[in-house]
Design a protein around this ligand. Structure first.
Ligand code: 6R9
Length: 668
């Protein structure tokens, strides 16, 4: 782990939190409910929570049999430990993810809507029933098989938010292939790295994508990446816009030509509970992204259980998660949770600002959405745009979820009052790519909430607040520290692809016997959790998780850059923003173009969403005598806290600090 890794958490102290209001589940939610929430109030939660912690095998064994369909039952609910990093769930059990998401609902009710596709343009969407989904998934599964994909192989997906993305997830899992989704905002370099790391031989993409009225050249980016992926034998292309795209015969295949060759049913592959279901790359405190690996039984149970209890999903619901399938939120709550529970999921291709700031609410109204789930960054944008854009009744809404970053109390209240009309329950869900599903969260229709707090642990999660200095757990309430978990849970990541040692070191060895989240947190006088943000070198920009080290590595790739230091600073709209400091190699002059080139370098190397908001070209960076860059000093300067830099005499050249202050001031 890198320098400054375990910084004491910042943010409001717990004492302030005492003053906040507690919101009870609105009575109107019960009035509009199709039946009633799955649990009868907080005591019922407490009773089940107690069982989940004291008798986890009994609790999870029961839920796994209730929520999933097993082709062969399991005998061992859990084995392994956090200490050894060998956790396994539902051993001996066999099941298939696509069977659980599709077949069992298609058999019962083939005409029930499964996917409500809301295209970028308002009237171009369509609805896909469970029966149709089964046929589409089967045909694609056949296609992948014919391309040589076998059980255990990884398949790269580089797709926009269209139904074919969901179909691709499920087609992979149907034949036992491991999907590795790469967010379609990543650059060709990032895509290449992920294809190579996972050794994917087949990739699925589109000719182009459409988002917010703009066209995205997905196939072009794939072509660029594949120049350096000699092992990719097949590229399957779904025609989204019909534009002319470059074509490599023998490697590129049109989706529509291929799928029509195959029958509309293929039997699902029998998988062991612990077989990998997917890889998803995420940023950590070092430069190289990690391929977080989730397995079948445990992950699916986490998705289904949180879908049921956190979102209070019932049979007739229509679920809308605004997250992209390229991130974990889309994996678990666009695809798996709603489909496992057999309800309709909205796949929204556009943005909240196109054609105007009413778009989300138009979608919610049009499809009578019952649960809506989004990141605070979108809410901040919409709140700022003005309440007049929220002119919709949205009377079916029961649960409004928030995810990805802390939600400020004013934004929380806006969501509750203006979007939910005080009739829907707000759930601020805390979790991570690595946790697979929600870990600290209110339960919809059940848990009283406090704006800004993710509230209480989900079933089976035993949080611990640890003192980052002593490494000891801090017991009792009204405490602050870093957040860890004491017990394994079914949907936790099992490893980092090809790097189990890194998995152990990042999550399980920091505090022995605990899973370390990387976040600071407080536990208030009522046992409610307040997430303070990352204590490592991870920056959260608009809910996108970025590693400062990864951005630094991108900057250093530019031939004129000698050294780079990247820090996250608070930003009103995006939560945090990336600011970069670079020093140039000898002989390189700073020109008007330099900063633009460096920003372009990051866009090219990672993707547009990682581009620094500001670049400061400086003569040297503040370093310790052993050469470690003191990012803390840069953060303080940007925050205008030059008077609180602390002791700078230990720097190898203390005079650089004044020069940096001057550069920052001049550029403002
Ligand atoms: C689901 C997701 C994980 C990091 C996590 C934390 C932050 C997520 C949050 C939250 C405060 C919440 N985070 N949910 N912070 N309140 N409700 O976002 O996964 O992309 O892996 O990011 O996001 O810092 O550690 P991922």
């Amino acid at each position: 782990m890198s320098e400054g890794n375990v910084k004491p958490p910042t943010g409001p102290v717990v004492a302030e939190a005492h003053a906040v209001d507690t919101f009870h589940v609105p009575q109107a939610l019960f009035a509009k409910h199709p039946s009633k929430p799955h649990l009868d109030g907080l005591d019922h939660y407490k009773q089940l929570y107690k069982e989940s912690i004291e008798q986890p095998n009994q609790f999870w064994g029961r839920l796994a049999r209730e929520l999933l369909t097993w082709e062969r039952d399991f005998q061992t609910v859990h084995s392994g430990s956090l200490e050894h990093g060998d956790n396994a769930w539902f051993l001996e059990g066999r099941l298939n993810a696509s069977f659980n998401c599709v077949d069992r609902h298609a058999i019962k009710n083939p005409d029930k809507p499964a996917i409500i596709y809301e295209a970028d343009e308002y009237n171009e969407g369509r609805t896909i029933t469970y029966g149709e989904l089964l046929r589409e998934v089967s045909k694609l599964a056949y296609t992948l098989k014919s391309m040589g994909v076998r059980k255990g192989d990884t398949v790269a997906l580089y797709l926009p938010m269209i139904p074919e993305a969901v179909i691709s997830f499920l087609a992979c899992s149907r034949i036992g292939a491991v999907h590795s989704v790469i967010f379609a905002g990543f650059s060709s370099d990032s895509l290449r790295d992920r294809i190579v790391d996972a050794n994917s031989k087949v990739i699925i993409t589109t000719d182009e994508g459409k988002r917010g009225g703009k066209v995205i050249g997905t196939k072009k980016i794939v072509d660029e990446a594949l120049k350096q992926c000699p092992n990719v034998s097949h590229c399957l292309v779904y025609k989204r816009t019909g534009s002319d795209v470059p074509w490599t015969p023998g490697r590129d295949y049109w989706w529509h030509d291929e799928v029509e060759k195959y029958p509309a049913y293929i039997a699902p592959e029998s998988m062991s509970s612990e077989d990998p279901l997917f890889l998803l790359y995420t940023s950590g405190s070092t430069g190289k992204p990690k391929g977080v690996m989730h397995t079948t039984g445990g992950y699916l149970l986490g998705a289904a259980a949180t879908g049921k209890y956190v979102f209070d999903i019932h049979d007739s619901d229509r679920f809308f998660c605004g997250g992209d399938v390229g991130w974990i939120t889309g994996h678990t709550y666009v695809v798996y949770a709603p489909l496992l529970l057999g309800v309709a999921t909205v796949v929204f291709e556009g943005t909240p600002a196109y054609p105007d700031f009413s778009r989300y609410w138009d979608v919610v109204e049009k499809h009578a959405v019952t649960q809506f789930y989004v990141a605070p960054t979108a809410l901040r944008l919409l709140k700022r745009a003005g309440d007049h854009h929220v002119k919709h009744q949205m009377k079916h809404l029961r649960v409004l979820g928030s995810v990805g970053e802390p939600i400020a109390a004013e934004v929380w209240k806006w969501y509750f009052e203006i979007v939910g009309k005080e009739e829907a329950h707000i759930v601020d869900t805390y979790w991570q790519t690595e946790t697979g599903s929600h870990v600290i969260t209110p339960l919809g229709g059940v848990t009283p909430t406090k704006p800004g707090s993710a509230s209480l642990p989900f079933f089976g999660i035993e949080p611990a607040i640890i003192d980052p200095v002593s490494g000891e757990e801090i017991h009792g309430n009204d405490v602050e520290g870093v957040l860890a978990f004491k017990q394994a849970w079914p949907s936790m990541a099992r490893t980092v692809w090809g790097a189990h040692k890194r998995y152990m070191e990042t999550y399980l060895k920091v505090y022995k016997g605990y899973y370390f989240t990387g976040d600071g947190a407080g536990r208030d006088h009522e046992g409610y959790y307040w997430i303070r943000g990352r204590v490592d070198d991870v920056v959260n920009v608009s809910g996108h998780r970025l590693s400062t080290a990864e951005i630094e590595a991108a900057l250093i790739e530019h031939p004129i850059v000698a050294e780079a230091a990247v820090v996250g600073i608070n930003d009103e709209l995006t939560g945090q923003a990336v600011n970069a400091f670079v020093s140039l190699k000898n002989g390189n002059e700073v020109t008007e173009q330099t900063k633009k080139d460096l920003i372009l370098q990051v866009r090219k190397s990672i993707g547009p969403f990682a581009a620094p908001k500001a670049v400061f070209v400086v003569s040297d960076l503040p370093k310790t005598r052993s050469g470690k860059i003191m990012r803390r000093i840069l953060r303080k300067i940007l925050a205008g806290e030059e008077d609180q830099l602390g002791d700078t005499s230990t720097l190898s050249d203390p005079s650089v600090v004044d020069k940096i202050i001057e550069t920052v001031h001049l550029s403002r």
